[in-house]
Design a protein around this ligand. Sequence first.
Ligand code: CNA
Length: 275
Amino acid sequence: MDFPKTLSPIVEAVKKNKKVCFFLGAGVSTSCGIPDFRSPKTGLYANLKKLNLPYPEAVFDIDYFREKPDAFYTLAHELYPGNFLPSKFHFLLKLFQDKRLLKRVYTQNIDTLERLAGVEDDYIVEAHGSFANNHCIDCHEEMSSEELKKHVFNREVNNGIPTCSKCKGFVKPDIVFFGENLPARFFSQWDEDCEDVDIAIVAGSSLTVYPFAGLPSEVGKNSIRLLVNREAVGDFKSRKRKNDILALEDCDYVAETLADLLGWKLDLDKLIKAA
Ligand code: CNA
């Protein structure tokens, strides 16, 4: 079957004004130049050898950070927002917002590219936090992002690691590390949204990090679920539902195809050109 046809249940539902709830992972940002975690060869975990980590996830582990913050700050230096532009997929989110057909964007990403594409705060749930705020891990004193950025980009002083002006503890952006709680809004917003998801689009995620990875399995049985990913993952692999759609394709290609099928191609091109 030709690929665009598999998307027709989504297109028909959107044309009936059904809203879309997105669930995003690092794969929507790889075309922007930000590596994901788990892709073989290109993913961050495959490229962490130089950091001498005991295990790859240690770079985002709060206990390891307390001992050795250098690993995280080496990565932060590479990944800090400001160096990357949104992808076609990010601009598709903005189009759904503009057409009043966006329910919510739940994202695991910390790159803030949804915001940069023009999606408004109310629509975004940054499940794993972001670089927008920073706190001391000991006394919780806040550090502004301007101040933190100065440290991160001046690696000659203290190896680019920011410390608290009050207690000298290490400062860390409010991104959620393994061993830390997710933001309260993640749970409260999902309580509100979960019963009312007509179309769920999961994109660019290996669906391995919980509780986020569990969200697609909580949407109602009548919802249309679409997975956009290089491979089948999570619930779409182990407990595939009858009306699930699998687009094992590149995220930007699917964004372009969907925009085309919805008659939004020119709108998408306009957003991309204006960026
Ligand atoms: P992951 O585990 O690295 O999985 C990414 C998935 O996306 C894989 O299944 C890939 O096959 C797939 N993929 C990669 N590129 C594409 C593409 N162009 N088109 C289609 N599929 C693609 O990442 P997850 O997001 O599932 O893991 C959760 C972690 C990743 C979260 O805690 C994030 O904070 C963290 N992360 C975020 C960023 C970011 O903010 N951009 C970057 C790297 C990691």
